[in-house]
Design a protein around this ligand. Sequence first.
Ligand code: PGA
Length: 253
Amino acid sequence: MRKKIIAANWKMNKTVGEADSFVKAFLVEIGQENSVDVVLIPPFTAIPKVSELLSNASHVKVGAQNMHHEKSGAFTGEVSAEMLRELYVRFVVLGHSERRALFGETDAFINRKVKAALEASLCPILCIGETLEQRDAGQVEKVLETQLRGSLADLSPAQIAETVIAYEPVWAIGTGRTASPEQAQEAHAFVRKVLAQLSDAETAARVRIQYGGSVKPDNTATLMGQPDIDGALVGGASLDPRSFAQIVKAAKA
Ligand code: PGA
């Protein structure tokens, strides 16, 4: 059985003070709930505060939104896996569609980061997904397969098993337009099929595949009820502690 994993991708939102208020309110909302893995992914500047507040809450983990693949050096504006580990970060989002579209990240570049994350014992949350034009042109499977093969190149089955995949159709991100549970399930089943080709069936069956794109408290349960949907990567609806806690609870149900 794959344990569900629900992650809050705050993107470029929340100051340290706002993160502090969120975590305190959120911990009250979710209580001791630990049947679902929960990850808070603040901007870099709020990570130390969030980690500190979660130091006695082992059921909620901390993630980062990006990292560089080199260990150190002349890479102005970047942070390394080791720097994140020092702040008790356990997960790192890689290849988010905003980074692909706005910052020119390619599958080959993302692949280096995935490897560096795994080598540093950080769990990558690898994001993939098609644009609306690609869906309308019937290219969903081709796009997902290319992104998976490129981003996961040269990984061992054990490394693939440790990676979380987030299927995030670009047309559903921040638009209020969610993929239907059937559309999402179809894509997730395809992702698992490609993962089996890249490793083996047993490994693919262990990988957790999150859905992302306008996940809200009221659409979580039906999405999570699909056989190949193992969690959610939540943007907008993760900014409010009550709404994010409702999503966590709905994922458990
Ligand atoms: P959204 O963002 O929930 O606001 O659609 C999801 C994401 O980009 O991870």
